[in-house]
Design a protein around this ligand. Structure first.
Ligand code: FE2
Ligand code: FE2
Length: 169
């Protein structure tokens, strides 16, 4: 059984994961408008990944006998300042999510909820990968100054990404 504090914090994180999904979906629309179909498709996969993160929390709250209380999702931006800015904002956002996950872990430790600690470890590890993937893309985009043939190639490559539900493995 989840205690009240843990239940509240997990519910907040469900909302944060949906907000992330919404954020990336909005980026996908922007990138499509900019003519970067590959990047747009990458962001759409990123959206799917965030939905899977939200659902993993959702299932967990239910499995622990807690109550899921879905809240409204705040509006997201819909304009950015070019491709490098999009990925820089992605990295900034992922770093924020990492701190949210770390705070959740702190609560689990304070509340001596060992099951939640074990569950949250998956997200701690996932965030390391998220940040590193996005950093690599930023480095590559900067190498080609976010334009020309280099950008064309990166866009093609990012378009290859397919959604794999890592919460299920
Ligand atoms: Fe996430
Ligand atoms: Fe993420």
């Amino acid at each position: 059984m989840l205690n009240q504090k843990m239940e509240l914090e997990l519910n907040k994180q469900i909302n944060a994961e949906y907000w992330s999904a919404y954020f990336y979906l909005s980026m996908s629309a922007y990138l499509d408008k900019e003519g970067l179909q590959g990047c747009a498709s990458w962001m759409r996969v990123q959206y799917q990944e965030e939905i899977s993160h939200a659902l993993k929390f959702f299932d967990y709250v239910i499995n622990r006998g807690g109550e899921v209380k879905l809240q409204p999702i705040d509006a997201v931006p819909h304009e950015w300042n070019g491709i490098i800015n999009v990925f820089e904002e992605t990295l900034k956002h992922e770093r924020k999510v990492t701190s949210l996950i770390n705070n959740l872990m702190d609560v689990a430790i304070e509340e001596k909820d060992h099951a939640a600690k074990s569950f949250l470890q998956w997200y701690v590890d996932e965030q390391v990968e998220e940040e590193s993937t996005v950093q690599t893309i930023i480095d590559q985009l900067k190498m080609v100054e976010g334009k020309g043939m280099g950008l064309f190639t990166i866009d093609k490559e990012l378009g290859q990404r397919v959604f794999v539900d890592s919460t299920q493995v």
